[in-house]
Design a protein around this ligand. Sequence first.
Ligand SMILES: Nc1ncnc2c1ncn2[C@@H]1O[C@H](COP(=O)(O)OP(=O)(O)OP(=O)(O)O)[C@@H](O)[C@H]1O
Ligand SMILES: [Mg+2]
Length: 255
Amino acid sequence: MTETVGRQSPAAARANDVWKVYGTGEAQVAALRGVSVEFERGRFTAIMGPSGSGKSTLMHCLAGLDSVSKGTVQIGDTTVTGLGDSGLTKLRRDKVGFIFQQFNLLPTLTAQENILLPMSIAGRKPDPAWFDTVIDTVGLRDRLGHRPSQLSGGQQQRVACARALVARPEVIFADEPTGNLDSRSGAEVLHFLRNSVREHGQTIVMVTHDPTAAAYADRVVFLADGQIVSELIEPTADTVLDTMKKLDTPVEVAG
Ligand SMILES: Nc1ncnc2c1ncn2[C@@H]1O[C@H](COP(=O)(O)OP(=O)(O)OP(=O)(O)O)[C@@H](O)[C@H]1O
Ligand SMILES: [Mg+2]
């Protein structure tokens, strides 16, 4: 890993030799086994790997949603692994945004209320111009008064994207954001995520199983069995597929 002690890290998020072990005794599962990785500011990174390889676990540990068994995690200059409960609450509220496969919208709130909820909990007001930009880009202007049950899956996920983006967090973590969407709605969400990186400098880390979705990213990191096994810069769907095929062939992974 690059030596960055003593100067400000350019990374929006970073894991240093992170281990995560669930359970005890015979039921023990090492979901992460010494993961060290940096996510540069203003970049769109995809995380790929087989089911059970530790993608969601890594994301949850990075975002302070789950504790690590060993190692450290940083978001910007904050050492997440050194925070207590109130520090973690503040971190999740002020520094990170989430987009989940299952949208996770509150059913009793309208689209607009859902989008603004994290900020209103934090006592912050969105910049009106930025709110307008976000709403227009996700194409939700005429749906702001609808509740989630009155929206399609694609529209609900666009609400979740807007909710994450409107607060301009240090980093947005998206766990299979297009997993429940048809290809057209998925492409819309991916365009929007990529544009927020290109045009607005947002940092995004996205887990996906789909090589086409991964190709929207600037970089792809591959996990297998709780370890990082490969990486691609400026991926295309073809190079992602090739790498996935190679990783499917069992090889000895050093380290
Ligand atoms: N709360 C938990 N308790 C026990 N084991 C867990 C827990 N969460 C995850 N695991 C285990 O850790 C491993 C990694 O899980 P994780 O959810 O990170 O995989 P993933 O790469 O996100 O998979 P998928 O692509 O299916 O979402 C799996 O073996 C899983 O069973
Ligand atoms: Mg997962």
